[in-house]
Design a protein around this ligand. Structure first.
Ligand SMILES: [Zn+2]
Length: 232
């Protein structure tokens, strides 16, 4: 049926991008971009800088207008937060302690609520973002994930927000790939959402092989991995 060829090809060409399986993932009303922790303390010059962290800012600025729905997150700790090495005499940053909810990596003091270090990076330009989720504000519980705190039971409310808005698929960008981005993506899957991590819109800490482990866990959980050039 030669007459059907051109409309089909035209329709395919109009798709913004295809996944490896050939399935279209056009950002629509059922999708949201989650920009994770693009905060001064995670950018070089900050107290817990992710190498090349500032590089995510222009990528997110370019991507965000393609999404009708955008959520931002901020790590948001008390000054005496128990994820800080400074609260554990004799311990140093990047060592691990046992907390009631499991092992906890200790960090330099970072993202103390209300400080300049906790502020979103000044060059981040996402004026149409509709929700800012702050996480990690309970002194005794860390929260890498935008959905569930590290006790794995306290919810931030993000899943309820997304569900009530009819959002089924989250695209995730930001800092850091192997901690807050990965935990957010894994929890999105656990809570029944489709999840796609935009790899070049993220940067990693990579502590003792954590980046490779994070990608392996995400792939096993059905998290998709794309590049920003494939969107829109
Ligand atoms: Zn933190």
């Amino acid at each position: 049926m030669p007459t059907t060829r051109r409309p089909l090809l035209t329709a395919l060409a109009a798709l913004p991008f295809m996944t490896g399986e050939g399935q279209a993932m056009t950002p629509g009303n059922e999708t949201a971009l989650i920009a994770v922790d693009v905060q001064n303390d995670f950018i070089p010059g900050g107290s817990l800088a992710v190498a090349d962290g500032a590089a995510v800012v222009p990528v997110i600025n370019r991507l965000a207008p393609r999404f009708a729905n955008v959520v931002l997150t901020q790590d948001w700790h008390t000054a005496d937060h128990l994820s800080f090495a400074s609260q554990h005499p004799g311990m140093k940053p990047f060592e691990t302690v046992s907390m009631p909810y499991g092992p906890q990596v200790l960090w330099p003091d970072h993202c103390v609520m209300g400080t300049e270090g906790a502020a979103l990076h000044r060059d981040l330009s996402v004026p149409h973002a509709q929700l800012v989720i702050r996480k990690g504000y309970n002194r005794a519980v860390d929260s890498y994930s935008a959905f569930l705190e590290a006790d794995r039971s306290t919810r931030t409310g993000l899943d309820g927000y997304l569900n009530s808005r009819g959002i089924r698929h989250v695209f995730i960008a930001g800092l850091a790939t192997d901690f807050c981005v990965a935990w957010t993506a894994l929890d999105a899957r656990r809570l029944g959402f489709e999840a796609t991590v935009i790899e070049d819109a993220c940067r990693a800490i990579d502590l003792g092989g954590s980046l490779a482990r994070a990608w392996a866990e995400m792939e096993a959980a059905g998290v998709r991995r794309v590049q920003s050039s494939a969107i829109g």
